[in-house]
Design a protein around this ligand. Sequence first.
Ligand code: 6GU
Length: 242
Amino acid sequence: MSWTASILTLFPDMFPGPLGQSLAGRALENGTWNCDVRDLRTFGLGRHNAVDDTPFGGGAGMVMRPDVVEAALESVSRHDGAPCVYLTPRGRPLSQADIRRYVSGPGVTLLCGRYEGVDERVLEERAIEQVSIGDYVLSGGETAALVLLDACVRLLPGVMGSVDSGVEESFSDGLLEYPLYTRPAEWKGRAVPDILLSGNHAAIARWRREQSEKATRERRPDLWAAHLSHASRPSVHEGHSS
Ligand code: 6GU
């Protein structure tokens, strides 16, 4: 049994989409993971297969019906304990820790919302996790589901070449990655930092660590504060001995 993403969506043709290419695409072809897509419309009610209705209390837009969503979830009926995740801008932020948790199990069931959202009761009834991929609004959960799956599939055994080739480069120790350079050594008057050409591996490692910390401090004060509070290993800026 390979790792399986069960996806509930009104736009089944959006899957696997970009995940049919590159590393994820090869892993899909060789059976490392499965993409099991269900069209929510097929669970719609009445002559028009309605999946949504107007919100109680008034307001703009339409809401996905709990009975329709429930029927779709029942059709998946996974008894393997795979977590069920609803992609919504109202969710808590998706983290690399969530991704690791999803990858460690048999797969995930992803509910992609359209319209204004999904009736709250089915989310409670089925203990569905609600996650967001950032503070901006997408037209639906499908592209967010693709982002979540991309992050999962690359961590599946055998998908990335070597274990070291960057399973979790940024974020593994809570810092952003250092900048990268390749040939030519000078380009448009810009030289590669001398230290990288020095052959001094200890000095290069130190410089890269400094660059990671600088980037994190400047760009992600939230990550920097968390990094400092964890106090895992000494920073090059807080008094190491060398
Ligand atoms: Cl998960 N869905 C939608 N529609 N918009 C989002 C999002 C999800 N995460 C950020 N914006």
